[in-house]
Write a protein that binds this ligand. Structure first.
Ligand code: GLC
Length: 556
């Protein structure tokens, strides 16, 4: 691939929409979304104006972590359909001009994966155990875990197994749920298997992969104790389980694989996007060096509080970090793991990066109106930034987090594993409202919905917002249309100084004059230049007195 092709490749400024298959559209009425449901609803994405979709896992899985516990990487879980439904979905998306990314979960499998079952049935030291991280315990009788690593979901990162003789035996590592044993990536068999999985989906026509826990695959030699917690870490690679140098070799190998699918003269790159919660941003940028991944989510921007100074700093540092590699930044505000930004921003901002646990009915509730207002301004800001951007299903409707789910219905393992201290991520995973009426606001043909939908979802349904001036859906459509028209994602950013509480920059366009983004992040009204044409504003407000607080606009 020539430098030139790379500079104009589709993924450098693509807007990619995340579908969470359990919750997007249910064709068979069992209360859980499925692939036929997705295929039927794809025209919504064409209407919205995105370039591609990324689907969270739909593979065979016992669903202990909503599908991020894969038992068969080459098949579709019956809850979601059949392999042929995946083929149909991919083909239909392509027909509609949408590219398709699927999720690859290479750090761990499900404990139901045949490899892990074989490992459990085999002796310590066997080849079957060597595909995972089995170790003897510490203490006189091996009764202590091999080291002090913790699970991201809470509790210990190790579980002890019972050996064939009925006695307690070795321990296996699981950085996530106990049903998600970590692979041992120092075993070449693991790398070969994952490459074969990549090829399996590439051969079925997918345009790329989002790589789950991309910073976790390689663990430090000897599995030393962690000296501090992840939350206290300023540099993720200080910790022996994250961001180890060896992960980059894996991505160089995968890049060769995806590049081998390139078609001369066609804008048809197959791409790789890392989910890597890595600090500092310079370390994150290493994942997108020229011979590694195409994209890596910028979670620093997602976690930035609604404070102009911090947002400006985050954007500046993020763009500077990828500049040496001529790679695009990859912006995101919501996904299936974080509190939806329409609710996250409905609290008083606190300085510093925000990691918000799930919200329960007895917690302080976000200010819904303020949150939505800020969310619309945040998205208006994000979609003006150079690079690629990801949207999470339902944010185009302004959906809030479901903050009052009954605890007994929660399914995210975080809730149990944290000893009921973190309510987890179910609140952002509630099924999408399409029509607004009965049943299930159009999610499926029955009343069933695997998590109950808040009443407000009715008025926020797609059909209730379509064509309604000022609706969040119409705002997203306008932003995406203008972004594409002016090719803002390919522009160059220059900062404008409009005051302490303002995020303001201009971006070069392919259609003439630059487009200016002005976001008033909670300060006094910002006067707008008299001669400016307002292309879009995040709120339907009279701008004669300037841009009010918590609003953003694109001007020319
Ligand atoms: C990633 C996924 C998350 C999952 C975890 C373990 O962070 O986004 O949903 O629980 O990996 O696979």
């Amino acid at each position: 691939m020539s430098e030139k092709t790379n500079a104009t490749a589709w993924w450098r400024d693509a807007v990619i929409y995340q579908i969470y298959p359990r919750s997007w559209a249910d064709a068979d009425g069992d209360g859980m979304g499925d692939l036929p449901g997705i295929t039927a609803r794809l025209p919504h994405l064409v209407d919205l104006g995105v370039d591609a979709v990324w689907l969270s896992p739909f593979y065979t899985s016992p669903q202990h972590d909503a599908g991020y516990d894969v038992a068969d990487y080459r098949d579709v879980d019956p809850r979601f359909g059949k392999l042929a439904d995946a083929d149909t979905m991919i083909a239909r998306a392509h027909e509609l001009g949408l590219r398709v990314l699927v999720d690859l979960v290479p750090n761990h499998s499900s404990s139901e994966h045949p490899w892990f079952k074989e490992a459990l049935a085999s002796a310590p030291g066997s080849a079957a155990r060597a595909r995972y991280v089995f170790r003897d315990g510490r203490g006189e009788h091996g009764e202590e875990p091999p080291n002090n690593w913790l699970s991201v979901f809470g509790g210990p990162g190790w579980t002890r197994v019972t050996e064939a003789d009925g006695e307690p035996g070795q321990w296996y590592l699981h950085l996530f749920d106990v049903t998600q044993p970590d692979f041992d990536w120092s075993n070449p068999e693991v790398g070969d298997e994952m490459e074969s999985v990549l090829r399996f989906w590439l051969d079925r026509g997918v345009d790329g992969f989002r790589i789950d826990v991309a910073h976790g695959l390689v663990k430090a030699d000897g599995l030393p104790d962690a000296t501090h917690s992840y939350a206290d870490s300023k540099r993720t690679d200080d910790l022996p389980m994250w961001d180890q140098p060896g992960v980059h070799d894996i991505y160089r190998r995968w890049r060769k694989v995806t590049d081998s699918y390139a078609v001369e003269g066609e804008d048809a790159d197959r791409i790789l996007c890392a989910e890597a919660w890595v600090l500092p941003v310079e370390s994150l940028a290493r994942y997108v060096r020229g011979d590694e991944l195409h994209q890596s989510f910028n979670f620093g921007f997602l976690m930035a509080p609604w404070i102009a100074k911090e947002m400006r700093a985050e954007i500046t540092e993020s763009l500077a970090a990828v500049a040496p590699y001529a790679a695009p930044q990859t912006w995101v505000l919501s996904n299936h793991d974080v509190v939806r930004h329409a609710s996250r921003l409905g609290y008083a901002p606190q300085p510093g990066p925000l990691r918000m646990p799930g919200i329960g009915a007895d917690d302080p509730q976000p200010d819904a109106e303020l949150g939505l207002r800020r969310a619309r301004a945040a998205t208006t800001t994000m979609l003006a930034l150079p690079g690629s951007a990801y949207l999470y299903q339902g944010e185009e409707l302004g959906l809030p987090e479901a903050t009052e789910l009954p605890d007994e219905l929660r399914q995210d393992p975080t809730w149990e594993r944290s000893g009921h201290t973190n309510r987890g991520r179910d609140g952002c995973r509630v099924p999408i409202p399409w029509e607004g009426g009965d049943p299930s606001y159009g999610f499926g043909p029955s009343e069933k919905s695997w998590l109950p939908q808040p009443e407000v979802f009715g008025e926020l349904a797609v059909a209730r917002q379509q064509g309604v001036p000022g609706s969040t859906l119409e705002l997203y459509r306008t932003l995406l249309g203008l972004r594409r028209e002016h090719r803002l994602g390919r522009g160059e950013l220059t900062w404008l100084d409009l005051g302490e509480d303002v995020v303001a920059f201009e971006v070069t366009t392919e259609t003439g004059a630059p487009v200016r983004l002005i976001a008033n992040v909670g300060g006094p009204n910002v006067p707008l230049p008299a001669d400016a044409e307002v292309l879009v504003c995040s709120q339907d407000v009279d701008l004669a007195d300037g841009l009010p607080a918590d609003c953003a606009a694109w001007l020319r």
